[in-house]
Design a protein around this ligand. Structure first.
Ligand code: THU
Length: 134
């Protein structure tokens, strides 16, 4: 399943709209019940409306009623064997819906090979709804 998820992220990268950075990213998010939601980065001439591939995948899934996830694969950006790690904003966005145990696959878009890490490793001591309760 993880190989399929990694390849889905590589495929999603094809749709990236990145005319300003040329840094194309694809993401594929796996629900606990086995569905895959993909996303790509979508840039904007005003820069700040740009959204990352990971958040596009997450928001597509959440907007379709999904709330429970087991893994996300990320492929990008510069046709490189070095996999892209999710940015801090995406780590925080994922924290809203995903446990620290969420598997994060950092995929080489050139080879499809991936490194495995977790959301908890990437964002230790995350801020979440329990902090709001004081
Ligand atoms: N980008 C992502 O899509 N995901 C990340 O985790 C890092 C950055 C995108 C945003 C922007 O379109 C481009 O990569 C360069 O930052």
């Amino acid at each position: 399943m993880y190989k399929k998820l990694a390849l889905a992220a590589v495929g999603a990268r094809e749709s990236a709209y990145a005319p300003y950075s040329s840094f194309k990213v694809g993401a594929a998010l796996l629900t606990e019940n086995g569905k895959i939601f993909t996303g790509c980065n979508i840039e904007n001439a005003a820069f700040s409306p740009t959204v990352c591939a990971e958040r596009v995948a997450l928001f597509k899934a959440v907007s379709e009623g999904e709330r429970r996830f087991s893994a996300i694969a990320i492929a990008g950006g510069g046709d490189s064997v070095v996999a892209t790690a999710p940015c801090g904003v995406c780590r925080q966005a994922l924290t809203e819906f995903c446990a620290p145990s969420l598997k994060v696959l950092l995929v080489s878009d050139r080879t499809g090979a991936y490194k495995e890490t977790s959301l908890g490793e990437l964002l230790p001591s995350a801020f979440n709804e329990t902090d709001l309760r004081g």
